[in-house]
Design a binder for this molecule. Structure first.
Ligand code: ADP
Ligand code: MG
Length: 433
């Protein structure tokens, strides 16, 4: 067994270099459950972490295991001790998987999010009782989705077997439409209406979707009348949700409505430190302060800055320092400057050595498709242009094509370290030009 232990330590070290973006400090706590006949079974503390590893890290672990042993190895993740009883209703495939990073423990509380945080805790301690529905709102990247995951984690921990269903509003709408098409509406309805807690993220997505609003209205009533908890988020207050039916808006206001504001400087510093800690990185205080100073509005960008700094340090083989941080994210970087689609297209065509006319053409070879999709993704994340406008710049493609491209690149960003690095580099070029 000492041999297995040593190999496993090597594997974990290799994974850290192969896939730094997905590396977490708790990887050190993983254990080997079984290692025989080319099968490596890794034990995780709970179902959520096992799921996270299966979805995001299997490739890196497999590669690492193969180079550590010199053999083909199949990697599996499981729970070392199955402590959490599975919830009564199985999760349909269209529901959100909980993310282990998004816990209350990993959420930094400050004046800007205190009420939202406290109300989520209250709901997870007594679902359906205190605040029903709970409605969180605020602009993008302020922690709404994080709080929803944390609420689900906590509720499941406290009430073993409670059935908690977490959906993005888009998933709700798509599952509803597909249930109609396939003629299994009752099944969909029972998935949504028989749970103890229904959590729906980004309900602004219901705008203009009348049939889905109708369905949602009935789901809401069914749950509410049975004293089941409902938690919702949106990017604006209920009253400002345009074109949403009045009766739906008034229901949103029945319980507690909590707003999230942009966090203060002190909170941002604490968040950067927390994120670094989660990945097992040592971050010098001046670097954390520098990032917090540079990035003000969207917390997601704090993480991006952290990633760029550590990736740069690694590429050039230097320790992370304030000086390096300044070089990496640029003394004059302004993450809010007005980046144009043309700047993005210039950077991408340059980087991949393709022509704009190719990006705008109907060509579908991989060497053209990838840069095209990366343009769409970057335009979506770095500018405020609509999907239609972005598609317009790239050969008049419609909004579904752009959406598809964005989700594909997002997926690659998570699972493919090479694309992830290319995106980081491109982002840097674009934001600093
Ligand atoms: P939203 O849903 O409001 O757009 P998210 O919940 O997706 O925002 O948050 C974006 C990122 O910022 C996530 O990685 C989340 O963990 C992080 N984040 C936001 N607020 C906090 C906070 N107070 N503490 C720790 N992380 C935070
Ligand atoms: Mg969100």
């Amino acid at each position: 067994m000492p041999d297995t232990a040593r190999i496993f330590t090597d594997i974990i070290e290799l994974v850290k270099t192969l896939d730094p973006a997905n590396t977490r400090k708790w990887f050190d706590d993983l254990v080997v459950m079984r290692f025989a006949h080319g099968l490596l079974e890794i034990g995780c503390p709970d179902e959520v972490t096992a799921q996270f590893l299966n979805d995001n890290c299997r490739g890196a672990f497999t590669k690492a295991a193969q180079s550590a042993t010199g053999h083909l190895v199949t990697v599996k993740f499981g729970t070392a001790h199955a402590q959490i009883a599975p919830s009564t209703a199985p999760r349909p495939e269209w529901a959100v998987k909980l993310h282990p990073d998004y816990s209350f423990e990993n959420f930094v509380v400050g004046p800007a999010n205190r009420l939202a945080h406290a109300s989520c805790i209250a709901v997870s301690q007594a679902p359906g009782v205190t605040y029903n529905p709970l409605f969180l709102y605020g602009s993008v990247g302020l922690g709404k989705t994080h709080l929803l995951h944390a609420t689900c984690h906590e509720t499941q921990k406290k009430f073993h077997g409670a059935s908690v269903r977490f959906l993005s509003c888009e998933q709700f709408v798509n599952a509803f439409i597909s249930a109609i098409e396939k003629g299994n509406l009752p099944e969909f309805q029972s998935h949504c209406r028989t749970v103890d807690m229904l959590v729906i993220d980004d309900v602004q997505f219901l705008r203009e979707r009348e049939h889905s609003q109708e369905e949602f209205f009935h789901t809401f009533n069914a749950l509410y009348n049975n004293r089941k908890q409902i938690v919702l988020t949106a990017d604006c207050a209920p009253a400002e949700l345009p074109s949403l039916e009045e009766r739906l808006i008034s229901r949103f206001k029945w319980g507690l409505v909590a707003r999230l504001d942009a966090p203060s400087y002190e909170t941002r510093v604490a968040i950067v430190q927390k994120k670094a800690h989660l990945r097992g990185l040592e971050i010098p205080e001046p670097v954390a302060e520098y990032i917090a100073h540079k990035v003000q509005a969207n917390i997601r960008e704090l993480e991006g800055a952290l990633t760029i700094i550590y990736a740069t340090a690694k590429t050039i083989g230097e320790e992370v320092s304030l000086d390096l941080a300044k070089r990496a994210i640029g003394a004059e970087v302004d993450l809010h400057k007005n980046i144009t689609i043309s700047e993005i297209i210039d950077a991408v065509t340059d980087y991949y050595d393709v022509r704009l006319t190719d990006l705008q053409s109907k060509k579908r070879s991989q060497s053209i498709t990838l840069p095209r999709q990366i343009c769409m993704f970057l335009a979506r994340s770095l500018t405020r242009h609509s999907l239609e406008e972005i598609g317009g710049h790239l050969g008049g493609r419609d909004h579904t094509t752009v959406l598809h491209a964005c989700s594909k690149i997002k997926e690659l960003q998570k699972n493919d370290p090479q694309t992830n690095a290319q995106l980081a580099e491109l982002t840097k070029t674009i934001t600093q030009s």
